[in-house]
Ligand binder design. Structure first.
Ligand code: ADP
Ligand code: MG
Length: 255
């Protein structure tokens, strides 16, 4: 079953095409890694999926339902549009490179904010959910800590728990381990692997080629705003007929 379907997504900034006619279909439980050079449009694609950016053109379907988005002249969602977008966005979780936790809130407050404010979950229920999720990410003892008291790896695991609290249909990761000290990368990757194995539908922008190769069902290579190659990990990592992909893989010594 298709969870997320993108058709003909285009996005320009200042007259420059950043996403060019992107088609992508993500099935339930699928883990798709997106790789590609810096500046190829990977973050913009995730931001368009989450409607943090409004695509100039194209269609987005979530669980079979067409998402209606509407931008004003400045490219911002109109109030009318934003109201309609809120329930959609709550189904599309996002994990950022720099965690983006609310620094003045505790771990618990970070996690229950979305469920109580957006999903109107009663507070007691949200607290219970937060406790379960903290247990799942191995940080039950940090419930009353502030983000600044946690390591980068712990903050990212909290950010993942916060995203999971919205019970998303699909979870987007934008270089979730890139800002971490090397010795902290493993704990976040381990959690991402657990989620993948638990059947979570995930789109993962990553430079972790081992993760892309071993964990994902499909790898998508983007370059200059377009999908150049998409296929099973072995089809992408051992592909020889795409010069731009070959030179990217050579540059990062992936294989
Ligand atoms: P990647 O994540 O693959 O490194 P990005 O999607 O971040 O690439 O960026 C692709 C291109 O789009 C870059 O040239 C970047 O400067 C440009 N870009 C991204 N967001 C904006 C924005 N809000 N305004 C102007 N240019 C942008
Ligand atoms: Mg990026």
């Amino acid at each position: 079953m298709e969870v997320l379907g993108l058709k003909g997504i285009c996005k320009s900034f200042n007259g420059q095409a950043i996403l060019k006619d992107i088609d992508l279909s993500i099935q339930k439980g699928e883990v798709v890694s997106i790789i590609g050079p810096s500046g190829s449009g990977k973050s913009t694609l995730l931001r368009c999926i989450n409607l943090l950016e409004v695509p100039d053109q194209g269609e987005i379907k979530l669980e079979g339902e067409m998402v209606k988005f509407q931008a004003n002249k400045e490219g911002k969602l109109t109030l009318f549009g934003r109201k309609r977008v809120s329930p959609y966005r709550s189904k599309v979780g996002m994990v950022f490179q720099h965690f983006n936790l609310w620094t003045h809130k505790t771990v618990l407050e970070n996690i229950i904010e979305g469920p109580t404010k957006v999903n109107k979950m009663p507070k007691a229920e949200a607290v219970q959910l937060a406790k379960e999720l903290l247990h799942k990410v191995g940080l039950a003892d940090k419930i009353n800590s502030h983000p600044s008291e946690l390591s980068g790896g712990q903050q990212q695991r909290i950010a993942i728990a916060r995203a999971l609290a919205m019970n998303p249909s699909v979870l987007l990761f934008d270089e979730a381990t890139s800002a971490l000290d090397p010795e902290l990368v493993g704990e976040v990757l381990k959690l991402m692997i657990e989620l993948a194995e638990g059947g979570m539908t995930m789109i993962v922008v990553t430079h972790e080629m081992k993760f892309a190769e071993k964990v994902s069902d499909r790898v998508v290579f983007m370059d200059k705003g377009a999908i150049v190659k998409s296929g099973k990990p072995e089809e992408v990592f051992y592909c020889t007929d795409q010069p731009r992909l070959s030179s990217f893989l050579q540059r990062i010594h992936a294989v």
